[in-house]
Design a protein around this ligand. Structure first.
Ligand code: FES
Length: 101
């Protein structure tokens, strides 16, 4: 069974008027997400990927495998992503550890 992880786009498109996730701050957002995971007691890997095909809606990320997709993500969305991760991980999985553990 593949462990649940958060896949985040870190693509940077350099052309004029080409929005991209890295250009919108995805690398900084990854750092903030990882800090929050530590605070929340979550053991979730963050995988960097070059483009998730939703460039105009970046910052883009998804819970994998088979989880929801998030677009236009900002720091303000971190609590919702943490909540989605907790809800997505199958019962009994060791991918998410509750703060009480
Ligand atoms: S640049 Fe992030 S989805 Fe394409």
């Amino acid at each position: 069974m593949t462990a649940t992880r958060l896949v985040v786009c870190v693509n940077e498109r350099l052309g004029p008027n080409q929005k991209s996730c890295a250009g919108s701050g995805s690398r900084e957002l990854i750092r903030l997400l990882q800090q929050r995971f530590i605070q929340e007691g979550l053991q979730i890997a963050v995988d960097e990927q070059v483009c998730l095909g939703r460039c105009a809606e970046g910052i883009a990320m998804r819970i994998a495998p088979g989880g929801p997709f998030f677009t236009d993500v900002t720091e303000n969305n971190i609590p919702a992503i943490v909540k989605a991760l907790r809800e997505f991980v199958p019962p009994g999985s060791s991918s998410v550890i509750s703060p009480e553990c």
